[in-house]
Write a new protein. Structure first.
Length: 95
């Protein structure tokens, strides 16, 4: 069982500010989660392959095929402030 001090420690690590009621609620909820994890330790998983997903994943993105890029002049023609064959941007900290 997780105690109040452990909940406060985890909240501090996560940079969360919890009210007293939230600390009490989280104490019970985190304890329940750990009890479920402990029950999983009792399962016989001999021969079960480790997985990261329970369903097969498919990449829905197109293949990354090299192709000709946009000409520099065309890319810079709409820039509000182009210089030295590139985009001019404000320096860090400038308003």
């Amino acid at each position: 069982m997780i105690d109040r001090e452990q909940v406060l420690h985890v909240a501090k690590l996560a940079r969360l500010k919890l009210s007293d009621a939230e600390v009490e609620r989280m104490t019970g909820e985190l304890s329940n989660i750990l009890e479920h994890v402990e029950r999983m330790d009792e399962l016989d998983l001999e021969g079960v392959e480790p997985t990261s997903h329970v369903v097969e994943l498919q990449n829905v993105l197109r293949d990354d095929v090299p192709r000709e890029s946009l000409p520099r002049e065309r890319a810079l023609e709409g820039a509000p402030d182009a210089a030295d064959e590139g985009f001019r941007v404000p320096s860090p900290g400038a308003p």
